[in-house]
Design a protein around this ligand. Structure first.
Ligand code: CP3
Length: 325
């Protein structure tokens, strides 16, 4: 999940001096930011400080993180010609800075802290490319999907190939687990997911599985998509807080599949006793079964008290170590 960010004073101090893209592209800064939450919170894994949109630059897309607006794309993909003119990004050349950041972090991390690499999933990235930024209804995206299947497949195929090469390069540079973020896939019906998304995302997970690389497949608003996401691939399926953890796990199927989640990040703004009781409920629902990664159901929000997050990590370690004993 996104665990670095503006809720941390150390991050804000750097962010006052540098633009976001500059931070991603300077390996020393990216490595420092990656390690900030690991040091401050005592969490079990670091996630490399990068963004799902970065590989799009290598494909010919211009991205900007506009203050207070979120990501903006200045040359959105709207026609077949737009899709055809996209390149497949070359990870070592176009995203060499991510590889360097991974190598730096990998050398710094203690053995018991895992290093997570990541990429956006084809659907979520296609939605940014087509809409030109964040979206509410994904109208333009769905319009291309439904009305221009060839353009859709060209775009999704190029994304899937770019992302596969990208995550494999991350593993060569020190990532031990790959998380694929299909953050906005919950806007699709199960039928549309099967038809337009599953075959493309399956290619990425197939390449990881063939090499024995552990993977996490994350989405939000996906209650009814969970079995299909599992079919598409991923050893661990990420879920948000809109489903009870044990119900979600049953939908994914407990045989061989793990689950990640699923505390509402907004709960972290509530008084500690409530945070603790919601965290305990999640751990009770996981019931010490192997394969649960405790996490938030989505990225941490600016304004979240760091003390509460630290107490949460501590509580999860403590309670899960005595659970079932
Ligand atoms: O925590 C970490 O160090 C991991 C790094 C990370 C970032 N983005 C850095 C970032 C990760 C894993 C991401 C993934 C990402 N980026 C996703 C998928 C995960 C999810 O949350 O659903 C998505 C959808 C994006 C696209 C994106 N980038 C959005 C919607 C935003 C928020 C814009 C805003 O104004 O808050 C970003 C910016 C971004 N990427 C931030 C960080 C830490 C916030 C940067 C800042 O405000 O300084």
């Amino acid at each position: 999940m996104r665990q670095a960010g503006r809720y941390m004073a150390e991050y804000r101090r750097l962010r006052e001096k540098y633009g976001l893209l500059q931070m991603f592209k300077t390996p020393e800064i990216a490595a420092e930011v990656t390690l900030q939450p690991v040091k401050a919170l005592d969490v079990d894994a670091a996630i490399i400080f990068a963004d799902i949109l970065l590989p799009l630059e290598g494909m010919g897309i211009t991205i900007e993180f506009a203050e207070g607006e979120g990501p903006v794309i200045h040359n959105p993909v709207r026609t077949r010609k737009d899709a055809e003119s996209l390149r497949a990004a070359q990870p070592e050349e176009d995203l060499g800075y991510v590889m360097e950041s991974l190598a730096l972090v990998s050398a710094e991390l203690a053995d018991e802290v895992a290093l997570i690499g990541f990429a956006g999933a084809p659907f979520t990235l296609a939605s940014y490319m087509i809409e030109g930024g964040s979206s509410r209804n994904y109208l333009l995206t769905k319009k291309i999907m439904y009305e221009d299947r060839e353009t859709w497949d060209i775009l999704m195929d190029k994304l899937s190939r770019t992302l596969t090469a990208y995550v494999l390069a991350q593993v060569r540079s020190g990532a031990q687990v790959i998380q694929i973020f299909d953050s906005w896939v919950g806007c699709l019906s199960p039928a549309d997911y099967m038809e337009y998304v599953l075959p493309h995302v399956a290619g990425i997970f197939g390449a990881l599985k063939a090499r024995g690389i552990p993977s996490i497949h994350f989405g939000t608003g996906t209650a009814d998509l969970l079995p299909l996401m599992r079919a598409a691939g991923g050893d661990i399926i990420g879920v948000d807080w809109r489903t009870f953890l044990d119900d979600a796990w049953a939908r994914v199927g407990t045989a061989g599949a793990g689950i990640q989640g699923n505390l509402d990040p907004v709960i972290l703004m509530a008084p500690w006793p409530l945070v603790k009781s919601r965290a305990k409920d999640i751990l009770d629902r996981a019931a010490s079964r192997p394969g649960h990664i405790f996490n938030l159901g989505h990225g941490i929000l600016p304004g979240t008290p760091v003390d509460i997050v630290r107490s949460l990590a501590h509580f999860v370690h403590e309670y899960s170590s005595v659970q079932g004993k």
